[in-house]
Design a protein around this ligand. Structure first.
Ligand code: NDP
Ligand code: 2IT
Length: 458
């Protein structure tokens, strides 16, 4: 059902939402990624504020854009040469209306307050969309894992947790992985937390190894979930992955398992990348070889072409979007698709874009996709499978049992379908039929806002 609103109410809502956005910019100057994430969501919420004055009366918007807590800390460690190094650690505990703060930890030199706040803000709505009882948070450090020895990674990660442990716990804040943080780093973090706390609290971190409380299918969940979500978008147009050409950026956790599932469903994945450049393999990317390179050997993607005659390597990341494809899955990092890249994809006939990474398309690129009638799966819906299975990992830890791969994968599939359907429904009800960006933002927001409304002004 679409609720009617007058033009005047709509304009008033627009002015109000815009004034909150202006206040965010004034209060958080120079944080351009955070501004971008806030703008994307707030623009979608105008129809909500035009219809539901109660949210405005209780200051939901003013409260939701302000993190409940931002923690910044020093992370000193000693490198292999005996030199003292100092990095900066962050944890943003953004919103706990739905459950304990939940969200990954990123180790990358670009990490700063703006990056963790954009990620934490997105996480609130993504986690709400999963239907699981988890609030939104994010953390990380400007530590660069590239070129570091395993011992250095361990010493840094232990030092990071020696401070972070004060602020987390199975019922308060539950970190996981993100860029630069995979099974190895989660293992070191868990070991240090356990040592300091003298307590085996499995539910304090997710993405753990299978031997000590990890969930089957967590490693695969973000990539598989993204493909399931795009599958729902395609199905609505009577299409599927079978026979489609797919380009997937990145070659990390999300990318690898998106490629694996797309291939399993009959698509041909012809390209992937890392921060150095991209590979093109007209025979279809050998995903097992990428796993070996990235998960086992920690090598560059350029090595792939030495082992695969007929494939090519090109320096630089953005060129990957000039490869003609039916489906594009950006799975590397924020703002990796700008308006030019989006225009190239559209000109080459792309049918669907599924955002495996967080905020991989600029606001201008999203405009290009929507105007070009491309099926667009926004990040907070399309990549929610990872955190959804993290919540399932927490549930299994709480019950001290483990579900089979098939059980978790089936639950993931249902969750992704529900996210698709609830986003489509919210878009339709608020006057933007078929727009999954607006729909996901509204559906996620309404779940959090309803919970905030009944919990008082906190
Ligand atoms: P990984 O560290 O496993 O892989 C990241 C990949 O992206 C690598 O190939 C990396 O290349 C590339 N990359 C990273 N930074 C840049 C950059 N600045 N420019 C170009 N390429 C870059 O991370 P994940 O796969 O876990 O994360 C990928 C994206 O998915 C991120 O946006 C993350 O926030 C998001 N995400 C992750 C989830 C998860 O469960 N892990 C869940 C939901 C979203 P290189 O190795 O050269 O740095
Ligand atoms: O961006 C994300 O959703 C993640 N990095 C996963 C978070 C989690 O807690 O599993």
């Amino acid at each position: 059902m679409t609720l009617a609103v007058t033009d005047q109410t709509q304009q008033e809502a627009d002015r109000y939402v815009h004034s909150v956005y202006e206040a965010v910019i004034a209060r958080n100057p120079h944080e351009k990624e955070f501004h971008q994430a806030v703008k994307e969501i707030l623009d979608s919420l105008v129809p909500v504020f035009a219809r539901h004055p109660r949210f405005r009366e209780s200051g939901i918007l003013e409260r939701i854009v302000e993190p409940e807590r931002v923690i910044t800390f020093r992370v000193p460690w000693v490198d292999d040469q005996g030199t003292v190094q100092v990095n900066r650690g962050f944890r943003v505990q953004f919103n706990s209306a739905l459950g304990p703060y939940k969200g990954g930890i990123r180790f990358h030199p670009s990490v700063n307050a703006s990056i963790v706040k954009f990620l934490g803000f997105e996480q609130i709505f993504k986690n709400a969309l999963t239907g699981q009882p988890i609030g939104g948070g994010k953390g990380g450090s400007d530590f660069d894992p590239k070129g570091k020895s395993d011992q250095e990674i361990m010493r840094f990660t232990q030092s990071f947790m020696t401070e972070l442990f004060k602020y987390i716990g199975p019922d308060s804040d539950v970190p996981a992985g993100d860029i630069g943080v995979g099974a190895r780093e989660i293992g070191y973090m868990f070991g240090q937390y356990k040592r300091i706390r003298s307590s085996h609290e499995a539910g304090v971190l997710t993405g753990k190894g299978l031997g000590y409380g990890g969930s089957l299918a967590r490693k695969e969940a973000t990539g598989y979930g993204c493909v399931y979500f795009v599958g729902e978008m395609l199905k609505a147009r009577g299409l599927g992955f079978e026979g489609k050409t797919v380009v997937v950026s990145g070659s990390g956790n999300v990318s690898i398992y998106a490629m694996e599932k797309a291939r399993e469903l009959g698509a041909k994945v012809v390209a992937c990348s890392d921060s150095g450049g991209y590979i093109y393999d007209p025979n279809g990317i050998d995903v097992e070889a990428v796993k070996q390179l990235k998960e086992v050997e920690y090598k560059r993607i350029s090595e792939y072409v030495k082992r695969h005659p007929g494939s090519t390597y090109t320096e630089g990341c953005t060129g990957i979007w000039s490869i003609p494809c039916d489906i594009a899955l950006p799975c590397a990092t924020q703002n990796e698709i700008d308006a030019d890249a989006a225009r190239t994809l559209v000109a080459n006939g792309v049918i669907a874009v599924g955002e495996g990474a967080n905020m991989p398309s600029t606001l201008e690129a999203i405009e290009v996709f929507l105007e070009g009638d491309v099926l667009f799966g926004p990040a907070k819906a399309a990549n929610a499978g990872g955190v959804a299975v993290s919540a399932l990992e927490m549930a299994q830890n709480g019950m001290r049992l483990s579900w089979s791969f098939e059980e978790v994968d089936a639950k993931l599939h249902v969750i992704m379908r529900n996210i698709y359907e609830s986003s489509m429904r919210a878009a339709e009800e608020h006057g933007h039929p078929g727009n999954l960006l607006v729909g996901a933002n509204i559906a996620g927001f309404l779940r959090v806002a309803d919970a905030m409304l009944v919990q008082g002004i906190v």
